[in-house]
Design a protein around this ligand. Structure first.
Ligand code: DC
Length: 233
């Protein structure tokens, strides 16, 4: 596949940079579907914890991912048809998710679901490896980041809103550990794609970030479509 993938915008980046909110808002503005790949890793993690799977056993996690099914529909996340949307955001699932995210069989399975999801839809795909591994031909790629402090405050507010008792220092420590881990992962490490635009959301409102990203996407769509119209296609 050499052609640019015109139906896919990717937004990768570390935890707490605002990817989910930005991707959701951008998808709504474009009228495209949101592919929240972190939710997929979280749903499989939730299944592993519920099954009391040995998180250090690669085979066990690989078979589990091949046994269950995860589906995103109408803003909800389904694990084998059970709505797990709220339960996958807990501190416990967040911490355990790295074991699943490091597993090659789990990743292979999830990458298939992700590409299937985008098969017949225009999507805004968010995660860690969307621009580098899953949709390398995406026509518009972003890497959204922010200072550790700003990301920690966002995550802390999210946990507080959910009524989870956790202190700010712990949130910061967890974030730092997760970043280091995501960047150092042997398979699909988190990094900006060579052709990604890096956006720093520190000090910007959600709308300011989305305005900036939407502007780039629309300009690029226009410039790609214009020459085709000119030659009568
Ligand atoms: O973005 P998030 O916090 O919901 O991600 C949950 C976990 O899944 C986290 O450990 C990172 C991992 N992840 C990944 O490895 N690749 C992705 N494309 C998305 C998430």
């Amino acid at each position: 596949m050499n052609q640019a993938e015109l139906r896919v915008v990717t937004i990768d980046g570390p935890a707490g940079a605002g990817k989910s909110s930005v991707a959701r808002s951008l998808a709504a503005r474009l009228g495209w579907r949101l592919l929240d790949t972190g939710a997929m890793y979280r749903a499989v993690t939730f299944a592993a914890l519920r099954d009391h799977a040995d998180l250090t056993c690669d085979d066990e996690l690989g078979s589990l991912a091949e046994r269950v099914s995860v589906r995103l529909a109408n803003g909800s996340v389904y694990l084998d048809d059970e709505d797990v949307t709220g339960r996958i955001r807990s501190v416990e699932v967040t911490r355990a998710s790295r074991y699943l995210a490091d597993n090659p069989r789990v990743r292979a399975r999830l990458v298939r679901w992700q590409r299937d999801f985008a098969d017949d839809h225009e999507v805004v795909a968010e995660g860690r490896d969307q621009g580098t591994v899953v949709f390398p031909q995406a026509f518009c790629k972003f890497f959204l980041t922010a200072s550790l402090e700003a990301r920690g405050m966002r995550r802390f507010a999210e946990f507080q809103a959910r009524g989870e008792a956790i202190d700010f220092e712990t949130v910061l420590g967890d974030l730092e550990r997760r970043d280091r881990h995501d960047e150092a992962r042997a398979i699909a490490p988190m990094r900006p794609a060579d052709d990604a635009i890096v956006v720093d959301s520190t000090g910007l409102s959600l709308d300011e970030v989305v305005d900036r990203i939407e502007g780039v996407v629309r300009r690029r769509l226009e410039s790609i479509k214009r020459p085709q119209t000119a030659v009568g296609r």
